[in-house]
Design a protein around this ligand. Structure first.
Ligand SMILES: O=C(O)CCC(=O)C(=O)O
Ligand SMILES: [Fe+2]
Length: 224
């Protein structure tokens, strides 16, 4: 039993290290990557259970777009609900810890200077969408890398809800990613305008930003 446990631990961390190396390589060469099965089934299901419990508790709030006085709930741009991750819950803590390891590795390989991470559950009900936008407009934002983890089992092409990535001028489609449970989509925040197409079924994701600002300066609680 001990041998077995050790082997499992070794295998898991070797897979994670290989995933981190692949993410770094593809961010360096093409600016984005898509990793199916980034999380194993148990970890996916634990995160989904925490998200659904929060939804049942009425903890999600409508998404808003913009900053400060321009901040608004803009249903033309985005229609969804969100809840910031909370490390008091074990599956969320494990996910954030894994993002911490990814940041460290990306810094070592690509010198990105990543220092903090923010992540939220995003809940899209049928008919919801997020029109084309950029997570880091004109490099003014500390968000350097966007990672999005999906939690939706058995997603089919006609369920809609794809993440579409566009080239820098926002005109040419580069990739369409199904929000399949366990898949991680990762891209340089400044370089890829993107949109969430209208979804035909409930769609839950964890958008995550890896940032290069100081984690000791608290983020305003409602900036998105
Ligand atoms: O859920 C996704 O696929 C992407 C979400 C997104 O672009 C965002 O929240 O900024
Ligand atoms: Fe985005």
């Amino acid at each position: 039993m001990r041998m077995r446990a050790c082997a499992d631990v070794w295998t898991d961390s070797a897979i994670e290290a290989a995933q981190r190396a692949l993410i770094a390589e593809q961010l360096a060469t093409q600016g984005y990557c898509v990793i199916p099965n980034y999380l194993d089934l148990a970890a996916q299901q634990a995160l989904l259970a925490e998200a659904l419990a929060a939804q049942a508790g009425g903890l999600f709030r409508p998404g808003a777009v913009g900053h400060g006085q321009n901040r608004q709930v803009e249903s033309e741009i985005r229609s969804m609900q969100l809840l910031w991750l909370d490390a008091q819950f074990p599956a969320q803590a494990a996910y954030l810890a894994r993002m911490g390891l990814l940041m460290t590795d990306l810094n070592r390989r690509l010198f990105l200077g990543l220092r903090s991470c923010e992540a939220f559950f995003a809940l899209y009900e049928p008919g919801d969408f997020y029109r084309r936008h950029c997570d880091n407009f004109l490099d003014a934002s500390p968000r350097k890398v966007t990672a999005v983890l999906y939690l939706n089992a058995d997603w089919q092409a006609d369920d809609g809800g794809e993440l579409s990535l566009f080239d820098g001028d926002g005109a040419t489609p580069i990739a369409r990613i199904l929000p399949q449970a366990g898949t991680l989509a990762c891209f340089l925040s400044r370089d890829f305008p993107h949109e969430v197409c209208v979804t035909n079924r409930q769609r839950i994701a964890i958008p995550t930003w890896l940032r290069n600002d100081d984690p000791t300066i608290p983020l305003p609680p409602d900036v998105l």
